[in-house]
Design a binder for this molecule. Structure first.
Ligand SMILES: Cc1cc2nc3c(=O)[nH]c(=O)nc-3n(C[C@H](O)[C@H](O)[C@H](O)COP(=O)(O)OP(=O)(O)OC[C@H]3O[C@@H](n4cnc5c(N)ncnc54)[C@H](O)[C@@H]3O)c2cc1C
Length: 491
């Protein structure tokens, strides 16, 4: 992929961002015979929030991990199956794992499994009962409110002697849900359950990593010529006649249209200077109100591992008591937001620590030594084994401070509703009603936001919208050629 300077180059379409959404736009264009496009990618690699990194003698996923839903409704699953990239036989088993208390006691496995099943039932109930809530309830009621309301009824299912453990597991479930939403569940409206659409079939692994998916999409178009990496777009001027795209290098690109696929986090920070003329007030509200939280992973490599090959360490889930879980200072107590410490599939020497919210963001700023110390302290304490060694290497994701992402994935915020995702997806049209700036990316998909398949569908959606405007073969379309002439005159 080249990153050479190209000034005043004209393209039919400039695609901004080479994550799944941007690459899917390019793939759809190519399949329709339209190749007059370029992808500008700010970072030095393609894939965006799909980021597989070599580590621990194998690989780890700093971003997306699983294909959520294995039916043909999941466009990523379809792609993975076409390229033999997913293992449908070995699904992620969320009920596998043991709960440990901070005094090193493992909660009885049967009790742990029973309590977790109840937690999952409550979750399923939430998805079923959304339709029973009045509009007013939906706006005031949060995901956390729902779980807290269910707690007394939930505890009644357990004997008095098991209730403390059941409560501690429920606390662990809260940290699990914070990972799912990527956001503080006290700030996620209950309505988010209505909007998000689960796909059946469980969560599939990608034995060759998420990068294999990215390569599969990129191989469907002439990516070496069509992608420029290390090119940060700073402004998109959209007016009658076309768009003019300025990069931080000073280079400009001119095009008939642009497809913006940058993350919602990037839009939140830069939209005021990024678009000229600015976006409408409605779109501004969508950008402002949809939440964009932080989920991070820390990978610990051991040489040799302190667990044996015959008894692999499954998911170590931290079950804090109510009092312990109060976080008075997220900088010194960030470890209380860890949901679990997991074995890593396809990487037998590594463990993965999952963490979210403020504390997940703070982790991005602490030195490796502190991460190593703190994770070891947590493992020793919860597994009740003071001899657990320090990891030999640590790597972590930094989605919150990555300047081209500024967060992990979108979810409904307290002042947002399902319509905001659709408003974010609405294209900007010029005074002649021509599409000039289109929006793709996971946060523009109302039902599948926060996922790879949401990102992919949004890319296909926007490419199709443009192809429709252009006609089936836009290069031969008189209207398109006339537009190009106008555009060249304008600039
Ligand atoms: C920790 C984590 C775990 C996840 N787990 C899963 C999972 O298990 N399953 C799942 O389905 N999904 C998961 N996701 C979500 C999934 O990764 C994303 O929804 C999806 O990859 C988003 O793709 P995108 O194309 O919309 O955005 P991105 O991948 O963010 O692509 C946008 C691209 O735009 C580039 N860019 C930004 N600004 C500019 C600029 N100014 N100029 C040029 N380029 C720019 C960025 O560098 C980036 O490459 C996870 C995400 C994270 C962070």
């Amino acid at each position: 992929m080249s990153s050479d300077k190209t000034s005043d180059k004209f393209y039919g379409v400039v695609i901004i961002g080479a994550g799944i959404a941007g690459l899917s736009v390019a793939e759809t264009f190519t399949a329709a015979g339209f190749e007059d496009f370029i992808i500008l990618e700010a970072s030095d690699r393609i894939g965006g929030r799909c980021h597989t990194e070599d580590f621990g003698g194998s690989f780890v996923e700093l971003g997306a991990n699983w294909i959520h839903g294995t039916t043909s409704e999941n466009s990523i699953m379809v792609l993975a199956e076409e390229n033999d990239l997913a293992n449908k036989q070995e699904l992620m088993n969320w009920s596998k794992g043991c709960f440990y208390k901070s005094d090193g006691r493992k909660i009885d496995e049967d009790l742990g499994a029973k309590v977790w099943d109840f937690c999952m039932e409550i979750d399923a109930e939430a998805q079923r009962m959304h339709c029973c809530l009045s509009k007013q309830d939906k706006t005031i009621y949060t995901v956390e409110d729902f779980y807290v309301d269910r707690l007394p009824e939930f505890l009644e299912k357990f004997s008095m002697s098991d209730r403390d453990d059941a409560t501690a597991i429920f606390n662990s479930f809260f940290n699990y849900q914070r990972l799912n939403f990527g956001w503080d569940i006290a700030k996620v409206p209950f309505e988010s359950y209505i909007k998000y659409k689960d796909i059946d079939g469980g969560d599939a692994f990608m034995p060759k990593g998420a990068r294999s998916l990215i390569s599969a999409i990129a191989s469907r178009f002439r990516s070496k010529e069509r992608i420029k990496v290390g090119v940060e777009v700073v402004t998109v001027n959209w007016e009658d006649g076309g768009v003019k795209i300025r990069c931080s290098s000073g280079d400009t690109y001119r095009a008939k249209c642009a497809v913006v696929t940058v993350s919602l986090g990037y839009l939140k920070k830069h939209h005021q200077t990024f678009f000229y003329p600015p976006v409408s007030h409605e779109k501004y509200l969508a950008i402002d109100r949809i939440a964009f939280g932080v989920v991070n992973k820390i990978f610990l490599e051991y040489d040799p591992p302190f667990w044996s090959k015959d008894t692999p360490l499954d998911s170590v889930r931290l079950a804090w008591d109510n009092k312990e879980l109060v976080i008075t200072d997220h900088k010194s107590q960030w470890f209380k937001r860890i949901f679990c410490i997991d074995a890593v599939r396809f990487n037998p020497n590594c463990l993965c620590v999952w963490i979210s919210c403020h504390e997940g963001l703070h982790v991005e700023t602490v030195p490796d030594e502190e991460i190593s110390e703190t994770c070891t302290m947590v493992l020793r304490q919860f597994l009740g084994d003071p001899t657990i060694p320090y990891p030999c290497k640590v790597i972590r994701s930094t989605w919150g401070t990555n300047k081209y992402t500024l967060g992990s994935y979108s979810c409904m915020g307290l002042r947002s509703d399902a319509s905001h995702f659709n408003i974010l997806a609405e294209p900007l049209k010029d005074s002649n009603g021509q599409l000039r700036v289109l929006f793709a990316g996971e946060a523009t998909h109302a039902a599948f936001n926060g996922t790879m398949h949401g990102a992919r569908e949004s890319g296909v959606r926007e490419a199709t919208r443009l192809l429709r405007q252009f006609g089936t073969d836009p290069r031969k379309s008189e209207c398109f050629i006339r537009d190009l002439v106008v555009l060249n005159e304008v600039y």
